[in-house]
Ligand binder design. Structure first.
Ligand SMILES: Cc1cc2nc3c(=O)[nH]c(=O)nc-3n(C[C@H](O)[C@H](O)[C@H](O)COP(=O)(O)OP(=O)(O)OC[C@H]3O[C@@H](n4cnc5c(N)ncnc54)[C@H](O)[C@@H]3O)c2cc1C
Length: 349
């Protein structure tokens, strides 16, 4: 495994991994991380609607978890399997030969292998090498993604607070890492702003922007924000969010793309699961039969799913699609109540 970063430590964020992703984690041998999310509670002012999150029979539910907790478990499994991770290796070029492939780092280090899988995220180098001159560059989604992880033993079901000019998510997330001494909760939000602002914004400014917004929140949410501000152990994580187009080429003779490298994808609660399901599908090609037809089929089927999920999340999060009037909020509440009745109280996430 070639990784540009120095380590997987540092400030962490929270994520939701859908049930399909949890199934792949379990297949890898990773169990019992984060907190299960079997319900979604949607708030409209002080009223709420509670959904059961749809799940396949006997499957484990989706989870809320910190990225660090997932990394630590993956690292354990990688060690058990004897896989070597080479950190500080920034891939810069790839040379494909008839019977091998050579990775070249930005400082000229060469490593040879049989195949190279580009799982290098939204700004993928491997994608740009496979699609020279293509239009697969990442593009700014129009907002900053942010989250606070704060120590708390209060069990909170995954909740979505529908609020004018910006929804808030909240839920229990478990331990930040195995040696953490307490449980934690996670509050997440988006702030729409320019890309330059999102790149430059400081932690202090993020706190100020959220404090300003919190003036319009319910007393319960304001109380949560007080706890977040008062606790010195609170972790704040923020970053500009990017989307992107599906590139036309996902593979060559010895190169493959998976995850955000194949289908750049912002927050929406599916990106991690999609990346793991891509990896599972590619493993099945490697362990069965790697024909041209199967490679084409891999790209077509995985791309169709990523496009559908990615476009709906992009649409939902666009600045122009946020609710900006009390009537809009009221209408969404009525619509969700109707949906709750119609779906028997179940929702697919
Ligand atoms: C604010 C935010 C919130 C999100 N929340 C959720 C969520 O709740 N649930 C969810 O499912 N998804 C969420 N996502 C999306 C999710 O993070 C991605 O879809 C997922 O991480 C993609 O995984 P990946 O392995 O393809 O890429 P990444 O997780 O981006 O990993 C790519 C890796 O490649 C390394 N790398 C990059 N370039 C090079 C290079 N040249 N050489 C070597 N290594 C390189 C990087 O350092 C990184 O370790 C969120 C995204 C954002 C931005």
């Amino acid at each position: 495994m070639l990784e540009a970063r120095e380590s997987f430590g540092g400030v962490t964020s929270g994520v939701r991994i859908s049930a399909k992703g949890v199934r792949v984690l379990e297949k890898i041998g990773i169990h019992n991380i984060g907190e299960n999310t079997e319900k979604l509670v949607m708030y409209f002012g002080t009223k709420h609607i509670k959904f059961d999150v749809k799940n396949e029979k006997d499957a484990s539910p989706a989870i809320l978890v910190t990225r660090l907790a997932v990394f630590e478990k993956l690292r354990e499994r990688i060690n058990e399997l004897g896989i070597n991770i080479i950190y500080k290796y920034k891939l810069d070029n790839v040379i494909e030969n008839a019977d091998n492939v050579v990775a070249v780092s930005s400082d000229g280090k060469k490593i040879q292998g049989k195949y190279l899988v580009g799982a290098d995220g939204v700004g993928s180098k491997v994608r740009s090498l496979l699609n020279a001159g293509g239009t697969s560059e990442k593009r700014y989604a129009g907002y900053l993604g942010l989250g606070f992880i704060y120590p708390s033993d209060e069990k909170i079901e995954m909740s979505l607070f529908n609020i004018l000019n910006g929804n808030i998510g909240l839920g229990s997330i478990g331990k930040i890492s195995p040696d953490d001494t307490c449980n934690n909760n996670f509050l997440w939000a988006h702030i729409h702003m320019s890309e330059a602002e999102a790149k430059a914004i400081s932690d202090k400014e993020v706190f100020e922007r959220i404090a300003e917004r919190a003036k319009g929140w319910t007393p319960h949410l304001r109380q949560v924000f007080q706890e977040i501000k008062a606790n010195p152990k609170t972790i704040l994580y923020h970053q500009p969010v990017y989307n992107g187009n599906l590139p036309s080429k996902w593979f060559n003779d010895r190169l493959f793309l998976i995850g955000d490298a194949a289908h750049p994808y912002g927050p929406g609660g599916q990106g991690i699961s999609l990346a793991m399901l891509d990896a599972e599908a590619l493993c099945s090609l490697f362990t069965n039969e790697l024909t041209e037809e199967k490679k084409i089929n891999f790209q077509i089927t995985r791309a169709a799913i990523a496009k559908e999920k990615g476009e709906s999340s992009e649409e939902r999060n666009k600045p122009e699609n946020q609710i900006t009037s009390n009537f809009g909020l009221w209408w969404k509440g009525v619509f969700m109540k109707g949906f709750h009745l119609f779906s028997g109280g179940k929702i697919e996430l």
